[in-house]
Design a protein. Structure first.
Length: 165
């Protein structure tokens, strides 16, 4: 979350949001082993307001919106069949990461709506980095907050890329 001190700064930050210049990155613990270490997912999503869910649909579907993200698998644990994945959003659609990963059979651990594993656990989806251009100085700022390595996130142990992020 970002707060502005002045209305002018708030307007500039709002413009960055509208123009999709604010970058958000997430860590996810997802089900199974990914075929590709890195990739891009592009789907059209349709939101169901009544059920508070979204689903992947054909591009021509009325009300569907493009959803795009990049992913990189940081670690796969064969013993528990879970992967640690870094996700970078290009769009910000309703439940986007949850829906797109579930659509390729890699639902997020603990996801009660779109997943099957880890029911009753907290969803393993963590917003860890926010980057944007400072509204006054024009300096690129990046803030990182990694989850504590315990519980579901114990899987992060030993990932050198985590320390470098």
């Amino acid at each position: 979350m970002v707060f502005a001190k002045t209305s002018k700064a708030a307007a500039r930050l709002s413009e960055e949001v509208r123009e999709r210049r604010i970058q958000k990155e997430y860590l996810v613990v997802a089900d199974g082993k990914f075929e590709e270490e890195k990739g891009t997912l592009e789907n059209y999503l349709l939101k169901n307001e009544r059920k508070n869910t979204s689903k992947v649909v054909e591009a021509e579907t009325k009300g569907a919106k493009l959803a795009k993200l990049d992913y990189e698998v940081l670690k796969y644990n064969e013993e528990i069949n879970l992967s640690v994945v870094r996700v970078k959003l290009h769009t910000g659609r309703h439940h986007q990461i949850r829906v797109q990963l579930a659509n390729i059979s890699h639902s997020i651990y603990g996801d009660q709506k779109y997943g099957t594993r880890g029911r009753g656990k907290q969803i393993a989806l963590w917003a860890y980095r926010l980057s944007f251009i400072h509204p006054v100085t024009k300096e690129k700022l990046s803030f990182t907050c990694l989850p504590e390595i315990n519980g579901t996130w114990k899987i992060l142990e030993g990932i050198e890329k985590i320390r470098q992020m």
